[in-house]
Design a protein. Structure first.
Length: 338
């Protein structure tokens, strides 16, 4: 990283002036000591070198900054005029450098993440706990959105990282596969579909569907799946929260296609049905901008997500206490995380 001694402050007017920040410091040193020799010594530069820098600055500004015809150096009217601006500029540069040093501290910073509702609700909390133990001075901001909206806020640089339903096709983004997740249908426990030995998508198509709102990848998925079997989705209601899905299904409004993480430990009046044909899954990916520079703490969090979230997902499925909420005559639960 460039130090302040090499940073150039550009003072632009109609003539397009360029002033080096070192010149500002030399100028202020002379004001402080009222003596070129002492100012040069304090600034770690030779007196001739200091004189050349000030002469260059005066040439840029269009006139002399100091009266040099007396034993004590004093400011000219141009110098008096320039002094408060030089002080303000140096102060701003110092504050900027301090802010950058705080930003790139490896143990401190703010991380903005946008992720799928199910990921934020069921998987990320345990990872956040371990991350905060390691980086207690970090602040994390999580947003739960649909994949299409997540991609937009990431491209707009409103978040640092995102976890979405793949595949991600935007050329400006880089994706890291995390895991493949089964999709299941949530139905009331007394629904006619629960009496079938094997459930196929064509069996589900006649029933009203509770789907995610437009802008969610799951909305697109449902419509594509039904189109592949030459059926039209009978949309009963569009929602965007997992709890609303569960309650609306419970009330008998319709059935809903949901990620398997969202239907763990559901009450006895709801049942999750695995579809035998076709196999319903989604790919979950970590994405970031291709041209993005990540501060150390963000890079550390991204690395932790890439390494740990697949395991957390697998363990979450394996350790689910309510396996009886799934219809046992379809896919065994232990195969889900494979």
């Amino acid at each position: 990283m460039l130090g302040l001694s090499t940073v150039q402050l550009l003072v632009i007017d109609h003539a397009g002036l360029s002033v080096d920040s070192r010149q500002l410091r030399y100028f202020l040193a002379i004001v402080t000591f009222a003596n070129f020799r002492l100012a040069a010594k304090n600034s770690g530069i030779s007196q001739p070198g200091l004189s050349r820098q000030i002469m260059s600055l005066e040439a840029e500004l269009g006139g002399p900054l100091f009266n040099r015809n007396s034993r004590k150096i004093t400011l000219t009217p141009i110098g008096e005029c320039f002094l408060p601006y030089a002080r303000r500029a140096v102060k701003e540069l110092e504050q900027g450098q301090h802010a950058i040093k705080e930003l790139i501290r490896p143990d401190k910073g703010e991380i903005c993440v946008a992720a799928l509702h199910s990921v934020n609700t069921y998987l990320l909390p345990s990872l956040l706990a371990s991350f905060r133990d390691q980086y207690p001075q970090t602040q994390l901001r999580l947003s739960s959105l649909g994949s299409e909206r997540i991609t937009k806020v990431l491209l707009d640089r409103l978040v640092d990282l995102a976890i979405v339903m793949g595949p991600v096709t935007a050329p400006e983004l880089v994706s890291i596969p995390l895991y493949e997740e089964e999709l299941v249908f949530l139905v009331p426990a007394n629904h006619p579909l629960t009496r079938l030995d094997n459930v196929h998508l064509i069996d589900i198509a006649p029933y009203p569907q509770i789907i995610f709102r437009d802008g969610y990848a799951m909305n697109t998925t449902v419509n594509q799946l039904f189109a592949e079997i030459d059926c039209v989705v009978d949309v009963a209601v569009e929602l965007n929260t997992l709890e609303a899905f569960k309650e609306t299904v419970r009330q008998g409004v319709g059935v809903a296609l949901l990620p398997i993480t969202a239907v763990q430990n559901i009450p006895s009046d709801l049942v999750s049905l695995r579809v035998k044909e076709p196999k319903l899954t989604r790919k979950v990916e970590l994405i970031c901008r291709r041209d993005n520079y990540q501060i150390p703490v963000v890079a550390a969090f991204a690395d932790l997500v890439a390494k740990r979230l697949p395991f957390i997902y697998s363990q979450f499925i394996q350790n689910s206490a309510d396996r009886s909420s799934f219809k046992e005559n379809v896919i065994p639960l232990e195969l889900v995380a494979q």
